[in-house]
Design a protein around this ligand. Structure first.
Ligand code: C5P
Length: 276
């Protein structure tokens, strides 16, 4: 590799198939238990060595994304103490429950690791609770504040449609609207799912405990979920993370694509994906 050749990284969307809030610590942070997977769709980054860190944001979802130290991607470069120029092509909606900012930060950490040989930090959770799981971009169980990442054996691939109704819901406000903070965790030992049907049936008995508080903040999320559940090809519909993005599982990729066409609404971002 020549001196200033960039490395390319994909920052895939993170989907919480489940998100159980199991308690709250005295410092206000919540204890989570979540099954996380990643989409075959995300932001694209080019990262190259520079005198000083800088960021250029482009792409279909660039509007409103900060290009300064307010962006987690820039803070990730500072954490590595290795300045880079980052070209970020934004395809994921922001503040949307699918880890866009965390996935970008994780991609910068991976990129700098590849460029410099510096080790990946073990305190990446300081950038954001979702950064550690985004570093691996592999199916995992996330516990604690989000920093305890237990990698899982590969899950059966799930076909899905992601839908964001165009409202940003800030994570701290969603947590603040949570009324029941001590909910049951997932079973201590997760089953081994052999088919997507198995996994979807198991997921149906689980929850996202942030769904109701997010709906109170942004009632349009309820409208998205009702619309998804009414679709004949929807196997299961749920919100991801602290919202507002929701996902609908379908049996096939073709069904996800057909559903995407049926869901087109002004202001809605709708994306067929495969999750694994
Ligand atoms: O770590 P992250 O930036 O994603 O968290 C944003 C906010 O969400 C935190 O400042 C906190 O208010 C809330 N949060 C929480 N418990 C967690 C993770 C986040 O209360 N486990």
């Amino acid at each position: 590799m020549t001196e200033n050749e960039p490395v390319r990284e994909i920052a895939p969307a993170k989907i919480n198939l489940t998100l159980h809030v199991t308690g709250q610590r005295p410092d206000g942070y919540h204890l989570l238990d979540s099954l996380v997977v990643f989409a075959d769709f995300g932001d694209r980054l080019e990262i190259r060595r520079a005198e000083q860190s800088s960021l250029r944001v482009s792409g279909p979802r660039a509007q409103g994304v900060p290009a300064d130290a307010g962006n987690l991607a820039v803070r990730a470069a500072a954490l590595m103490d290795w300045p880079v120029h980052i070209d970020l092509q934004k395809h994921l909606p922001s503040a949307a429950g699918i880890g866009g900012g965390s996935a970008d930060a994780a991609a910068v950490l991976r990129g700098i690791h590849r460029l410099s040989g510096r080790p990946l930090p073990n305190d990446s959770h300081r950038l954001g609770a979702d950064v550690p799981v985004c570093l691996t971009s592999r199916a995992a169980r996330m516990q604690g504040l989000g920093e305890d990442v237990i990698p899982l054996p590969a899950l059966p691939a799930l076909h899905a449609v992601l839908v964001n109704p165009g409202v940003e819901v800030p994570t701290p406000r969603v947590f603040a609207h949570l009324t029941r903070k001590e909910n049951p965790a997932m079973p201590r030992t997760l089953p081994v799912w052999t088919t997507a049907d198995n996994l979807a049936a198991w997921l149906a008995a689980m929850r996202n405990d942030l769904e109701q508080p997010a709906i109170r903040l942004a009632p349009v999320i309820a409208e998205v979920l009702t619309t998804l559940k009414a679709d004949p090809e929807c196997v299961l519909a749920r919100m991801s993370g602290s919202g507002a993005t929701c996902f609908a599982l379908t049996d096939t990729r073709a069904a996800a694509e057909a559903m995407t066409r049926r869901l087109a609404r002004p202001g809605w971002w709708v994306q067929p994906v495969t999750l694994s």
